[in-house]
Ligand binder design. Structure first.
Ligand code: ACO
Length: 376
Protein backbone atom coordinates (compact mmCIF):
# COMPACT_ATOMS: atom_id res chain seq x y z
CA UNK A 1 0.00 0.00 0.00
CA UNK A 2 1.44 3.39 -0.89
CA UNK A 3 0.03 6.78 -0.16
CA UNK A 4 2.28 8.84 -2.43
CA UNK A 5 3.20 8.87 -6.09
CA UNK A 6 6.62 7.37 -6.89
CA UNK A 7 9.07 10.22 -6.29
CA UNK A 8 12.05 11.08 -8.47
CA UNK A 9 15.17 9.27 -7.35
CA UNK A 10 18.86 9.73 -8.21
CA UNK A 11 21.14 7.02 -6.73
CA UNK A 12 24.02 8.56 -4.81
CA UNK A 13 22.28 11.96 -5.22
CA UNK A 14 24.07 12.18 -8.59
CA UNK A 15 23.14 15.38 -10.36
CA UNK A 16 20.95 16.56 -7.47
CA UNK A 17 21.28 20.24 -6.51
CA UNK A 18 21.19 19.95 -2.72
CA UNK A 19 21.65 23.61 -1.83
CA UNK A 20 23.02 26.99 -2.86
CA UNK A 21 26.52 28.22 -2.16
CA UNK A 22 28.44 31.39 -2.94
CA UNK A 23 31.75 29.80 -1.93
CA UNK A 24 32.86 27.51 -4.73
CA UNK A 25 31.87 26.27 -8.17
CA UNK A 26 33.12 23.05 -9.73
CA UNK A 27 32.70 23.38 -13.47
CA UNK A 28 32.11 19.86 -14.89
CA UNK A 29 34.13 20.93 -17.93
CA UNK A 30 37.22 21.12 -15.75
CA UNK A 31 37.19 24.43 -13.91
CA UNK A 32 37.30 25.39 -10.25
CA UNK A 33 36.30 28.76 -8.88
CA UNK A 34 36.54 30.08 -5.31
CA UNK A 35 34.27 33.09 -4.67
CA UNK A 36 34.49 34.03 -8.37
CA UNK A 37 38.26 33.61 -8.70
CA UNK A 38 39.70 30.87 -10.91
CA UNK A 39 41.90 28.92 -8.51
CA UNK A 40 44.20 28.02 -11.37
CA UNK A 41 45.04 31.69 -11.82
CA UNK A 42 45.97 32.23 -8.19
CA UNK A 43 46.89 28.71 -6.95
CA UNK A 44 50.66 29.03 -7.40
CA UNK A 45 50.81 32.69 -6.38
CA UNK A 46 48.59 33.03 -3.31
CA UNK A 47 49.42 31.67 0.12
CA UNK A 48 47.01 29.19 1.70
CA UNK A 49 46.07 31.84 4.27
CA UNK A 50 44.99 34.19 1.47
CA UNK A 51 42.78 31.48 -0.03
CA UNK A 52 41.37 30.49 3.36
CA UNK A 53 40.55 34.14 4.08
CA UNK A 54 38.81 34.41 0.71
CA UNK A 55 36.73 31.28 1.29
CA UNK A 56 35.77 32.33 4.79
CA UNK A 57 35.12 36.03 4.23
CA UNK A 58 34.04 36.21 0.59
CA UNK A 59 36.69 38.75 -0.52
CA UNK A 60 40.47 38.72 -0.90
CA UNK A 61 42.31 40.29 2.05
CA UNK A 62 44.38 43.46 1.78
CA UNK A 63 47.93 43.35 3.18
CA UNK A 64 46.93 44.23 6.73
CA UNK A 65 43.97 41.86 6.78
CA UNK A 66 46.17 39.02 5.54
CA UNK A 67 48.84 39.70 8.17
CA UNK A 68 46.24 39.84 10.93
CA UNK A 69 44.66 36.61 9.69
CA UNK A 70 48.06 34.85 9.62
CA UNK A 71 48.79 36.01 13.15
CA UNK A 72 45.36 34.95 14.38
CA UNK A 73 45.87 31.44 12.97
CA UNK A 74 49.41 31.16 14.37
CA UNK A 75 48.17 32.27 17.81
CA UNK A 76 45.53 29.52 17.83
CA UNK A 77 47.76 26.54 16.98
CA UNK A 78 48.43 25.24 20.48
CA UNK A 79 46.16 22.47 21.75
CA UNK A 80 44.66 22.21 25.21
CA UNK A 81 46.96 19.92 27.25
CA UNK A 82 44.03 17.53 27.81
CA UNK A 83 43.78 16.96 24.04
CA UNK A 84 47.50 16.22 23.88
CA UNK A 85 47.09 13.79 26.78
CA UNK A 86 44.21 12.11 24.94
CA UNK A 87 46.48 11.56 21.92
CA UNK A 88 49.07 9.91 24.22
CA UNK A 89 46.36 7.45 25.33
CA UNK A 90 45.38 6.30 21.84
CA UNK A 91 46.91 3.04 20.53
CA UNK A 92 50.11 3.91 18.66
CA UNK A 93 48.80 2.40 15.41
CA UNK A 94 45.66 4.58 15.36
CA UNK A 95 45.22 5.98 11.85
CA UNK A 96 46.04 9.74 11.77
CA UNK A 97 42.53 10.42 10.38
CA UNK A 98 41.04 8.74 13.47
CA UNK A 99 43.33 10.78 15.72
CA UNK A 100 42.20 13.91 13.88
CA UNK A 101 38.47 13.07 14.07
CA UNK A 102 38.72 12.28 17.79
CA UNK A 103 40.79 15.40 18.42
CA UNK A 104 38.38 17.75 16.63
CA UNK A 105 35.50 16.30 18.64
CA UNK A 106 37.40 16.72 21.92
CA UNK A 107 38.30 20.35 21.15
CA UNK A 108 34.63 21.37 21.21
CA UNK A 109 34.10 21.83 24.97
CA UNK A 110 37.32 23.88 25.24
CA UNK A 111 35.91 26.59 22.95
CA UNK A 112 34.03 29.26 24.86
CA UNK A 113 32.10 30.19 21.69
CA UNK A 114 30.94 26.60 21.12
CA UNK A 115 27.19 27.19 21.16
CA UNK A 116 27.20 30.68 19.65
CA UNK A 117 26.26 30.17 15.98
CA UNK A 118 26.39 33.86 15.07
CA UNK A 119 28.45 34.73 11.98
CA UNK A 120 31.28 36.36 13.97
CA UNK A 121 31.55 33.55 16.51
CA UNK A 122 31.59 30.97 13.72
CA UNK A 123 34.41 32.82 11.94
CA UNK A 124 36.40 32.93 15.21
CA UNK A 125 35.90 29.19 15.64
CA UNK A 126 36.82 28.58 12.00
CA UNK A 127 40.18 30.29 12.55
CA UNK A 128 40.77 28.11 15.61
CA UNK A 129 39.88 24.99 13.65
CA UNK A 130 42.10 25.86 10.68
CA UNK A 131 44.99 26.29 13.15
CA UNK A 132 44.31 23.32 15.43
CA UNK A 133 43.49 20.73 12.76
CA UNK A 134 47.09 21.06 11.57
CA UNK A 135 48.43 20.67 15.11
CA UNK A 136 46.28 17.60 15.71
CA UNK A 137 47.79 16.04 12.59
CA UNK A 138 51.42 16.95 13.19
CA UNK A 139 51.54 16.49 16.98
CA UNK A 140 49.35 13.39 16.79
CA UNK A 141 51.77 11.88 14.28
CA UNK A 142 54.83 12.64 16.41
CA UNK A 143 53.15 11.16 19.47
CA UNK A 144 52.30 7.98 17.53
CA UNK A 145 56.02 7.70 16.66
CA UNK A 146 56.99 8.01 20.34
CA UNK A 147 58.22 11.61 19.89
CA UNK A 148 57.28 14.79 21.76
CA UNK A 149 55.37 17.60 19.98
CA UNK A 150 57.67 20.43 18.93
CA UNK A 151 57.39 23.99 20.28
CA UNK A 152 55.38 26.39 18.12
CA UNK A 153 57.07 28.81 15.69
CA UNK A 154 54.35 31.45 15.21
CA UNK A 155 56.29 33.18 12.44
CA UNK A 156 55.76 30.20 10.12
CA UNK A 157 52.94 30.04 7.59
CA UNK A 158 50.56 27.09 7.61
CA UNK A 159 52.42 25.50 4.69
CA UNK A 160 55.85 25.80 6.35
CA UNK A 161 54.44 24.85 9.74
CA UNK A 162 53.23 21.49 8.43
CA UNK A 163 56.80 20.46 7.61
CA UNK A 164 58.35 22.02 10.70
CA UNK A 165 55.95 20.51 13.22
CA UNK A 166 56.67 17.02 11.88
CA UNK A 167 60.48 16.97 11.78
CA UNK A 168 61.70 20.20 13.37
CA UNK A 169 63.17 21.55 10.12
CA UNK A 170 61.98 24.81 8.59
CA UNK A 171 61.49 23.92 4.89
CA UNK A 172 63.19 25.65 1.98
CA UNK A 173 61.10 28.34 0.29
CA UNK A 174 60.37 26.23 -2.80
CA UNK A 175 58.87 23.49 -0.64
CA UNK A 176 56.68 25.97 1.23
CA UNK A 177 55.54 27.47 -2.10
CA UNK A 178 54.70 24.00 -3.40
CA UNK A 179 52.71 23.15 -0.29
CA UNK A 180 50.80 26.44 -0.53
CA UNK A 181 49.80 25.50 -4.09
CA UNK A 182 48.69 22.02 -3.01
CA UNK A 183 46.71 23.40 -0.06
CA UNK A 184 45.09 25.95 -2.40
CA UNK A 185 43.98 23.19 -4.78
CA UNK A 186 42.49 21.11 -1.98
CA UNK A 187 40.86 23.96 -0.02
CA UNK A 188 37.30 23.60 -1.32
CA UNK A 189 35.21 21.67 -3.83
CA UNK A 190 31.57 22.69 -3.27
CA UNK A 191 29.25 19.85 -2.17
CA UNK A 192 31.80 17.01 -2.05
CA UNK A 193 30.91 14.23 0.41
CA UNK A 194 32.77 15.56 3.47
CA UNK A 195 31.55 19.13 3.01
CA UNK A 196 28.03 17.88 2.50
CA UNK A 197 28.33 15.84 5.71
CA UNK A 198 29.49 18.99 7.52
CA UNK A 199 26.55 20.97 6.13
CA UNK A 200 24.00 18.28 7.05
CA UNK A 201 25.35 18.28 10.62
CA UNK A 202 25.40 22.10 10.79
CA UNK A 203 21.86 22.26 9.38
CA UNK A 204 20.51 20.71 12.58
CA UNK A 205 22.07 23.74 14.33
CA UNK A 206 24.75 21.51 15.77
CA UNK A 207 28.05 23.37 16.34
CA UNK A 208 30.97 23.77 13.94
CA UNK A 209 33.09 21.17 15.81
CA UNK A 210 30.33 18.58 15.37
CA UNK A 211 30.19 19.47 11.66
CA UNK A 212 33.97 19.22 11.17
CA UNK A 213 34.00 15.93 13.10
CA UNK A 214 31.42 14.57 10.61
CA UNK A 215 33.54 15.88 7.75
CA UNK A 216 36.71 14.20 9.05
CA UNK A 217 34.89 10.87 9.35
CA UNK A 218 33.57 11.24 5.80
CA UNK A 219 36.88 12.31 4.27
CA UNK A 220 38.60 9.15 5.50
CA UNK A 221 36.77 6.82 3.10
CA UNK A 222 38.77 5.63 0.06
CA UNK A 223 36.10 6.78 -2.40
CA UNK A 224 36.78 10.34 -1.17
CA UNK A 225 39.88 11.67 0.63
CA UNK A 226 41.21 8.23 1.53
CA UNK A 227 41.93 7.68 -2.17
CA UNK A 228 45.26 9.52 -1.97
CA UNK A 229 46.59 6.98 0.55
CA UNK A 230 45.23 4.04 -1.46
CA UNK A 231 46.71 5.45 -4.69
CA UNK A 232 50.18 5.32 -3.15
CA UNK A 233 49.70 1.66 -2.19
CA UNK A 234 48.66 1.00 -5.79
CA UNK A 235 51.72 2.79 -7.25
CA UNK A 236 54.05 0.95 -4.88
CA UNK A 237 52.42 -2.33 -5.88
CA UNK A 238 52.94 -1.55 -9.58
CA UNK A 239 56.55 -0.52 -8.95
CA UNK A 240 57.73 0.30 -12.49
CA UNK A 241 56.09 1.88 -15.59
CA UNK A 242 56.49 -1.27 -17.70
CA UNK A 243 54.25 -3.18 -15.25
CA UNK A 244 51.47 -0.57 -15.23
CA UNK A 245 49.41 -1.71 -18.22
CA UNK A 246 49.26 -5.40 -17.27
CA UNK A 247 48.56 -4.52 -13.64
CA UNK A 248 45.68 -2.24 -14.58
CA UNK A 249 44.10 -4.64 -17.07
CA UNK A 250 44.15 -7.41 -14.47
CA UNK A 251 42.45 -5.15 -11.90
CA UNK A 252 39.84 -4.01 -14.40
CA UNK A 253 39.12 -7.61 -15.40
CA UNK A 254 38.50 -8.30 -11.70
CA UNK A 255 36.11 -5.29 -11.66
CA UNK A 256 38.27 -3.50 -9.07
CA UNK A 257 37.89 0.24 -8.40
CA UNK A 258 41.10 1.96 -9.40
CA UNK A 259 42.07 4.59 -6.87
CA UNK A 260 42.78 8.07 -8.21
CA UNK A 261 40.44 7.65 -11.20
CA UNK A 262 36.89 8.85 -11.83
CA UNK A 263 34.94 11.74 -10.42
CA UNK A 264 31.29 12.42 -9.72
CA UNK A 265 31.34 15.88 -11.32
CA UNK A 266 34.31 16.11 -13.68
CA UNK A 267 33.78 13.92 -16.71
CA UNK A 268 36.28 15.70 -18.99
CA UNK A 269 39.07 15.49 -16.42
CA UNK A 270 39.75 16.91 -12.97
CA UNK A 271 40.93 20.52 -13.33
CA UNK A 272 43.46 20.03 -10.53
CA UNK A 273 45.28 17.15 -12.24
CA UNK A 274 47.51 19.16 -14.63
CA UNK A 275 48.84 21.28 -11.74
CA UNK A 276 49.44 18.27 -9.50
CA UNK A 277 51.07 16.38 -12.40
CA UNK A 278 53.50 19.27 -12.95
CA UNK A 279 54.35 19.35 -9.24
CA UNK A 280 54.97 15.58 -9.36
CA UNK A 281 57.22 16.05 -12.39
CA UNK A 282 59.19 18.81 -10.66
CA UNK A 283 59.62 16.68 -7.53
CA UNK A 284 60.58 13.68 -9.66
CA UNK A 285 63.49 15.69 -11.10
CA UNK A 286 64.50 17.04 -7.71
CA UNK A 287 64.43 13.63 -6.00
CA UNK A 288 65.48 11.42 -8.93
CA UNK A 289 62.19 9.49 -8.66
CA UNK A 290 60.79 10.10 -12.14
CA UNK A 291 59.20 6.66 -12.23
CA UNK A 292 56.11 7.71 -10.30
CA UNK A 293 54.91 10.15 -12.95
CA UNK A 294 55.73 7.65 -15.69
CA UNK A 295 53.57 5.02 -13.94
CA UNK A 296 50.70 7.49 -13.47
CA UNK A 297 50.85 8.58 -17.12
CA UNK A 298 50.75 4.98 -18.31
CA UNK A 299 47.76 4.32 -16.05
CA UNK A 300 46.03 7.43 -17.43
CA UNK A 301 46.61 6.28 -21.01
CA UNK A 302 45.32 2.73 -20.41
CA UNK A 303 42.37 3.85 -18.26
CA UNK A 304 41.28 6.30 -20.95
CA UNK A 305 41.50 3.62 -23.62
CA UNK A 306 39.85 0.83 -21.61
CA UNK A 307 37.19 2.71 -19.61
CA UNK A 308 37.14 6.31 -20.81
CA UNK A 309 37.85 7.42 -17.23
CA UNK A 310 40.10 10.35 -16.25
CA UNK A 311 42.48 10.66 -13.32
CA UNK A 312 41.48 12.73 -10.31
CA UNK A 313 43.76 14.90 -8.17
CA UNK A 314 44.50 12.07 -5.75
CA UNK A 315 46.39 10.00 -8.34
CA UNK A 316 49.21 12.56 -8.51
CA UNK A 317 48.87 13.80 -4.92
CA UNK A 318 50.01 10.38 -3.73
CA UNK A 319 53.52 10.44 -5.28
CA UNK A 320 53.77 14.19 -4.60
CA UNK A 321 53.38 13.59 -0.85
CA UNK A 322 55.68 10.56 -1.03
CA UNK A 323 58.43 12.58 -2.73
CA UNK A 324 57.96 15.39 -0.21
CA UNK A 325 58.86 12.82 2.44
CA UNK A 326 55.47 12.13 4.06
CA UNK A 327 54.32 8.66 5.08
CA UNK A 328 51.24 7.58 3.02
CA UNK A 329 49.00 7.58 6.11
CA UNK A 330 49.53 11.36 6.26
CA UNK A 331 48.14 11.85 2.73
CA UNK A 332 44.49 12.19 3.74
CA UNK A 333 45.30 14.33 6.80
CA UNK A 334 47.26 16.66 4.45
CA UNK A 335 44.04 17.00 2.44
CA UNK A 336 42.14 17.74 5.68
CA UNK A 337 44.67 20.38 6.77
CA UNK A 338 43.57 22.37 3.74
CA UNK A 339 39.91 21.33 3.29
CA UNK A 340 39.14 22.43 6.86
CA UNK A 341 39.05 25.98 5.43
CA UNK A 342 36.32 24.90 3.00
CA UNK A 343 34.39 22.90 5.60
CA UNK A 344 34.35 25.84 8.02
CA UNK A 345 33.33 28.32 5.30
CA UNK A 346 30.40 26.07 4.39
CA UNK A 347 29.32 25.74 8.03
CA UNK A 348 29.35 29.54 8.38
CA UNK A 349 27.27 29.84 5.20
CA UNK A 350 24.88 27.09 6.34
CA UNK A 351 24.29 28.71 9.73
CA UNK A 352 23.90 32.15 8.12
CA UNK A 353 21.05 30.88 5.87
CA UNK A 354 19.97 27.74 7.62
CA UNK A 355 17.33 25.28 6.61
CA UNK A 356 17.41 21.70 7.90
CA UNK A 357 18.81 19.33 5.26
CA UNK A 358 16.51 16.34 5.37
CA UNK A 359 15.86 14.48 2.11
CA UNK A 360 13.45 11.57 1.64
CA UNK A 361 14.24 7.95 0.90
CA UNK A 362 12.51 5.62 -1.53
CA UNK A 363 11.05 2.71 0.46
CA UNK A 364 11.88 -0.65 -1.14
CA UNK A 365 11.09 -2.97 1.82
CA UNK A 366 8.17 -5.38 2.29
CA UNK A 367 4.63 -4.12 1.71
CA UNK A 368 2.45 -3.52 4.75
CA UNK A 369 1.89 -6.78 6.60
CA UNK A 370 0.13 -7.82 9.75
CA UNK A 371 2.03 -8.19 13.04
CA UNK A 372 1.57 -11.83 14.08
CA UNK A 373 1.94 -11.10 17.84
CA UNK A 374 4.93 -11.72 20.20
CA UNK A 375 6.95 -14.94 19.59
CA UNK A 376 5.63 -17.98 21.50
N1 ACO B 1 37.81 2.41 -11.29
C1 ACO B 1 37.08 1.54 -12.01
N2 ACO B 1 35.84 1.82 -12.46
C2 ACO B 1 35.34 3.03 -12.14
C3 ACO B 1 36.05 3.97 -11.39
C4 ACO B 1 37.34 3.63 -10.97
N3 ACO B 1 38.07 4.47 -10.24
N4 ACO B 1 35.31 5.10 -11.25
C5 ACO B 1 34.15 4.86 -11.87
N5 ACO B 1 34.18 3.61 -12.41
C6 ACO B 1 33.13 2.97 -13.18
C7 ACO B 1 31.92 2.71 -12.31
O1 ACO B 1 32.03 1.45 -11.65
C8 ACO B 1 30.83 2.74 -13.33
O2 ACO B 1 30.84 1.54 -14.05
P1 ACO B 1 29.48 0.79 -14.44
O3 ACO B 1 28.72 1.79 -15.28
O4 ACO B 1 29.95 -0.41 -15.18
O5 ACO B 1 28.81 0.49 -13.13
C9 ACO B 1 31.27 3.83 -14.28
O6 ACO B 1 32.68 3.89 -14.15
C10 ACO B 1 30.71 5.20 -13.99
O7 ACO B 1 30.95 5.55 -12.65
P2 ACO B 1 30.37 6.91 -12.08
O8 ACO B 1 28.90 6.80 -11.95
O9 ACO B 1 30.92 8.01 -12.90
O10 ACO B 1 31.05 6.94 -10.64
P3 ACO B 1 30.50 7.69 -9.35
O11 ACO B 1 30.20 9.09 -9.66
O12 ACO B 1 29.42 6.90 -8.71
O13 ACO B 1 31.79 7.57 -8.40
C11 ACO B 1 33.94 7.94 -7.59
C12 ACO B 1 32.77 8.53 -8.38
C13 ACO B 1 33.47 7.45 -6.22
C14 ACO B 1 34.99 9.03 -7.41
C15 ACO B 1 34.52 6.76 -8.40
O14 ACO B 1 35.00 7.22 -9.64
C16 ACO B 1 35.61 6.01 -7.66
O15 ACO B 1 35.31 5.12 -6.87
N6 ACO B 1 36.90 6.39 -7.86
C17 ACO B 1 37.99 5.77 -7.14
C18 ACO B 1 38.18 6.43 -5.78
C19 ACO B 1 38.77 7.83 -5.90
O16 ACO B 1 39.76 8.03 -6.59
N7 ACO B 1 38.19 8.77 -5.17
C20 ACO B 1 38.66 10.16 -5.13
C21 ACO B 1 37.63 11.09 -5.70
S1 ACO B 1 38.26 12.73 -5.85
C22 ACO B 1 38.39 13.32 -4.30
O17 ACO B 1 37.70 12.93 -3.39
C23 ACO B 1 39.40 14.36 -4.06
Amino acid sequence: MTTEAKPQYSPGLAGVIAGETAICWVDPNAGLMYRGYDIHEMGDKATFEEVAYLLLNGELPNGKQLNDFKQQIAAERALPKEVEQMMQLLPKDTHPMDVLRTGVSMLAPFDKDLNDHSHDANVRKAIRLIAKVMTLITDGFRISQGQKPLPEKPELSQAANFFYKLDGKVPEDWKTRMMDTIFNLYADHEFNASTFAARVTASTLADIYAAVTSACGTLKGPLHGGANEESMKMLEDIGTPDRAEAWLKKQLAAKAKIMGFGHRVYKEGDSRVPVMREIARDLGKRTGKENWVAICEKLEEVMDREKGLCANVDLYAAPVFWMMGFKPELNTPLFAASRVAGWCSHVVEQHDHNRLIRPRSLYVGPQLRKYPGPPK
